[in-house]
Design a binder for this molecule. Structure first.
Ligand code: 5AD
Ligand code: SF4
Length: 460
């Protein structure tokens, strides 16, 4: 593993400024998870660094880049649909450069499909190639040939990439890349490669910069943050990293995702209990509530182990809330397996669930497992799960009413004159207040709830 530092590419900036009469515009659209959104922010940073302006509409752009997600088939189909829709634009504007990057671009069959069926796509590069974008653009401008890079994993971490963050008060901060877990349904280890951790000093420097710039919510990102530190020179684990970051003085809070239950340690939970900067909320994807399926998913924990962890967290961190990801309809899921999931969901009482119907990903082990549950049965199970979860969430939300809590104001409410803020536990509350509170902390008294959105009054 090598750590390299991004450097401004003056040559590329020169070529681009000579090529275009006025600064060219780029439209960058990211799909999928926060990691990918953060990659998109860095792609924008690199483009601005070499002389591009950014625009919000593909029609205005000289460069259109789709930063894609491969985790479910539906996401891929959307991307192909959106790329297909650009054909007309390219005909009208032959100088338009169209590119595709991110997780889809790290799959051989996708690159092949783009090569054969989407001749107007000029540029394809994988998740590790953001720093190489200036060279690729220059090569394309000078040689006029399509550049479709074959998927390859680069054992490097590039530090110091410029960034154009979407928010001025909420920031994503990757602490590691890739995944070593190979859950049998998941494409991520194949497209994002092996796990690699950023150095603590680099993370700390970026974190300090964010706090100094006034960022209030900093979310640490990794496919499995609990295995942070593997392969680093210094001996450090995720809880140690959290303690290190929390030593930075300032008014901020930290979230992190995603925790894998097999690696989430009691030490981590003790750290959440001890550090006021850490949100009292844990996103702990369980995927399903059947030991038989958990084994087939290669998750390396049992329902009992998971519930023990939840119980420990509840005892150590009063008021802690949980959220989870659940896959419905994994190959071979029986009604009994599904009942196990419902049972577990009821036992834990999640504040939020992110639910997915299993999507077959070519190249993963589960793609070869027999899957004879009819689609209708799967959508039916999903509806039943959502009904159970809705009831739980509404109960939990109502139980919050009466408290006065600190929230980060992050948007507008549905009614005019109201703002929306997020609680520690990820719930949102809407309340009447002045716009100037946007991006600031506010104290809000919780007075009621509309479904799973809280209503409140600003306490001045
Ligand atoms: N099908 C459905 N859901 C999936 N996830 C990952 N791979 C698949 C798949 N093939 C879900 C998991 C994971 C979340 C990010 O996406 O629940 O935690
Ligand atoms: Fe996929 Fe499992 Fe890695 Fe998460 S932990 S990215 S679900 S392989």
């Amino acid at each position: 593993m090598e750590y390299i530092t991004y450097e401004h590419n003056a040559e590329a900036a020169g070529v681009i400024s000579r090529f275009y009469e006025t600064p060219p515009l780029a439209y960058v659209h990211s799909y999928g998870c926060q990691q990918n959104v953060n990659d998109g922010e860095r792609i924008k940073g690199v483009l601005v660094d070499i002389g591009y302006g950014l625009c919000d509409k593909p029609e205005d752009a000289d460069l259109i880049l789709f930063n894609t997600c491969a985790v479910r088939e539906h996401a891929e189909q959307r991307v192909f649909g959106n790329v297909g829709a650009l054909k007309g634009l390219k005909e009208k504007k032959p100088g338009l450069m169209i590119g595709l990057c991110g997780c889809m671009a790290n799959q051989k069959h996708v690159v092949e499909k783009l090569r054969q069926s989407y001749p107007y796509v000029d540029l394809v590069f994988g998740v590790d190639g953001i720093d190489t974008l200036p060279e690729l653009i220059v090569r394309k401008l000078e040689k006029h040939k399509r550049i479709l890079l074959e998927p390859a994993q680069r054992p490097v971490i590039v530090e110091n990439l410029p960034i154009r963050r979407e928010s001025e008060f909420r920031a994503w901060l990757p602490i590691m890349y890739g995944c070593d877990n190979f859950c049998t349904y998941c494409i991520v280890p194949y497209v994002r490669g092996r796990e690699k951790s950023r150095r603590p000093a680099d993370i700390l420097a970026e974190f300090r910069g964010l706090v100094e710039a006034g960022y209030k919510e900093i979310t640490l990102l990794g496919q499995n943050v609990n295995s942070y530190g593997k392969g680093l020179e210094e001996s450090i684990d995720f809880a140690d990293l959290l303690n290190l970051l929390c030593s930075v003085p300032g008014d901020y809070h930290i979230r992190f995702m995603t925790s894998h239950p097999k690696d989430a340690s009691r030490k981590l939970i003790d750290t959440i209990a001890a550090q006021p900067h850490l949100c009292k909320h844990l996103h702990l994807p369980v995927q399903c509530g059947s030991d038989r399926l958990l084994a087939k998913m290669n998750r390396h924990y049992t329902v009992e182990h998971y519930l023990d962890l939840i119980e420990y967290a509840r005892a150590r961190v009063p008021g802690i809330t949980f959220s989870s990801d659940i896959i419905v309809g994994f190959p071979g899921e029986t009604e009994e397996d599904f009942q196990g999931t419902l049972d577990l969901v009821r036992k834990v009482g999640y504040m939020q669930l992110f639910t997915f119907i299993y999507s077959k990903r070519e190249g993963t082990p589960a793609a070869t497992y027999p899957d004879d549950t009819p689609r209708q049965e799967k959508t039916d199970r999903m509806a039943r799960l959502l009904a159970v979860q809705d009831e739980i969430a509404m109960g939990l939300v109502k139980a919050q009413v009466g408290q006065t809590v600190r929230v980060l104001v992050e948007g507008y409410g549905r009614l005019e004159g109201t703002l929306s803020g997020r609680l520690d536990n990820n719930l949102t509350v809407e309340f009447a207040a002045e716009d100037s509170l946007m991006g600031q902390y506010a104290m809000v008294h919780l007075t009621g709830a509309r479904a799973t959105v809280l209503l409140g009054e600003w306490v001045q």
